[in-house]
Design a protein around this ligand. Structure first.
Ligand code: FE
Ligand code: CA
Length: 530
């Protein structure tokens, strides 16, 4: 089959897939429409320029699989850290051909096409490959003239209505480049997984710190060029590239992709003037440009990324966004402490962490599923975490009305809910009771919290935090001292989480160990150490 003959069909295929998904209601597998539908010229009319070097310096990635499709990603950059954020690429659309194969050597190519990498999207490519078979692995790569990308591996979802035996995934978050090396990813690529969930703090926006093991590229990211360069710096890490090439990823963001502790249209200092929304638009665009997301290309400060998919009848997955739509954190104080004394605002009915539209989508999806498990891929800690009479009001503890709405839907759902979270740079596991902090109320789900890939937990607080956690009856396990990720296996009979922690992220390589294994069943979601 000639490349050219298929490429046209491939491109039209994407456009059609995008249009159909856009017309579908939210009982479609993915809530926001499928895309790649990057606007622009017909890629078959484009001629590749002579490039002075390898444009595939940022690697390849895939994500947001469906039963018959997956998003393939790359971004072309001759010099990823080029100061204007354009990667030193020519200011023109560039045709990038792609191929998907049955085998690792790419001998049996099953789909090919050409996509246009546009300068206005930093020459990123999001290909929505359709026509794939369900529930299997594929290999893919990109090409421009003589330049060939690394090979990535990806997979499709089990078909709708099937009963898969197993769904295995990793959960990761918080990879501050300055705080450590990504030693955890050396081990993650060896795991037997279907996909990777990354639940926020993919980059940190901060300027250069002298205490780190390595340094950011410049001052705090503020605009499109500096957010692009920050993503490019992180993505230049070979371990992170390898983890993206090995599995499809499903991502959501937290605060540091834009700014520490921002809330909706309000920055961390409580200012909601329009310049913050301009900054948010730049940060969201750079995020889109660097990750394999099945969402529409950004246009302005809003970028809906909450979405869902099903792993046959074993799991219904909801990926949520607790940043873009939230109201400001309640109970402000003028101390620098990460916790604030409780106040009535944390219970206010007009406060929200999801926004009313997303909240309704989540609770409807929960009430509408009878999968064995409902997996809520979320960025911040859901379970109550009292520190005396204080709470971290950036977590769900600051938005108790929304938490009560979710708990009601979690009680009604035909599935057993598993909440995934990150953000706090420590490992944890908790049983979710029907009523906040009431251990006499039934356990209706479980929460699994991954530690950071590299971001630090303040050493002077590490022991106190573990002591506090040990005194909270719904918490089954806590570890503040190590970095890593967790792997989760879901079957019809159990959910099993293994806390995979590296000895150190302060050196280039590190051994890894399983610090704890927690298990629960669909009938009894109380988490127990095994
Ligand atoms: Fe973090
Ligand atoms: Ca965070």
């Amino acid at each position: 089959m000639s490349d050219g003959a298929l490429s046209r069909r491939g491109f039209l295929g994407l456009v059609v897939a995008g249009a159909v998904a856009a017309a579908c209601s939210d009982d479609d597998q993915a809530r926001p429409s499928a895309t790649t539908g990057q606007p622009g010229p017909d890629p078959d009319d484009l001629v590749p320029p002579d490039l002075a070097g390898d444009p595939f310096t940022l690697g390849v990635a895939s994500g947001d699989p469906l039963a018959d499709s997956v998003i393939l990603w790359t971004r072309l950059a001759l010099d990823a850290m080029d100061s204007d954020g354009r990667g030193a690429m020519p200011d023109e659309p560039i045709p990038v051909s792609w191929e998907v194969a049955d085998d690792e050597e790419l001998a049996q190519v099953v789909r090919t096409g050409t996509a246009a990498a546009l300068p206005q999207l930093a020459h990123s490519v999001h290909v929505d490959v359709d026509g794939l078979e369900p529930d299997r692995w594929y290999w893919y790569r990109f090409r421009i003239g003589d330049h060939v990308s690394p090979v990535g591996r990806t997979r499709t979802l089990p078909p709708a209505g099937s009963s898969p035996e197993r769904f295995a995934f990793a959960l990761a978050s918080c990879q501050n480049y300055q705080s450590g090396y990504y030693t955890a990813y050396d081990h993650l690529v060896e795991e037997d997984l279907d996909l990777v969930f990354f639940v926020g703090d993919y980059i940190y926006e901060s300027g250069v710190s002298d205490d780190g093991v390595r340094q950011h590229d410049g001052p705090e990211a503020q605009d499109l060029a500096t957010y692009r360069n920050r993503h490019a710096l992180y993505r230049s890490d070979p371990r992170l590239q390898a983890a993206h090439a090995r599995f499809p990823w499903v991502l959501t963001w937290d605060d540091h992709e834009v700014e520490n502790n921002y809330a909706g249209d309000t920055d961390q200092d409580g200012n909601d003037d329009p310049s913050f929304l301009e900054r948010r638009a730049a940060a969201y665009q750079a995020y889109y440009e660097h990750l394999p997301l099945r969402v529409e290309p950004p246009d302005g400060p809003d970028l809906p990324i909450y979405r869902g998919f099903d792993w046959g009848d074993l799991a219904s997955v909801l990926v949520v966004d607790t940043r873009q739509y939230r109201t400001p954190q309640p109970c402000p104080s003028d101390t620098d402490l990460p916790v604030q004394v409780d106040c009535a605002e944390a219970d206010a009915e007009d406060a929200t962490i999801l926004g009313s539209e997303q909240r309704e989508w989540v609770t409807d999806r929960l009430r509408g599923t009878d999968a064995t498990w409902a997996v809520l891929a979320n960025q911040i800690v859901f379970s109550p975490l009292p520190v005396g009479s204080a709470y971290n009001m950036d977590q769900w503890d600051g938005y108790r009305h929304d938490r009560r709405e979710l708990l009601a839907a979690m009680e009604d759902t035909g599935a057993t809910p598993i909440v995934l979270s990150g953000d706090i740079h420590m490992s944890g596991g908790a049983s979710v009771h029907r009523t906040d902090e009431d251990t006499d109320s039934p356990v209706i789900g479980a929460e699994l919290v991954c530690t950071s890939i590299s971001s630090t937990f303040e050493e002077s607080l590490a022991e106190a935090a573990e002591t506090i956690a040990a005194g909270i009856p719904w918490i089954a396990y806590a570890n503040t001292r190590q970095r890593g990720y967790l792997t989760v296996e879901l079957t019809a009979n159990h959910a099993e989480a293994r806390y995979r922690l590296v000895e150190t992220a302060l050196e280039e390589t590190s051994p890894i160990d399983t610090d704890a294994t927690l298990r629960c069943s669909p009938e009894d979601p109380t988490l127990r150490l095994v």
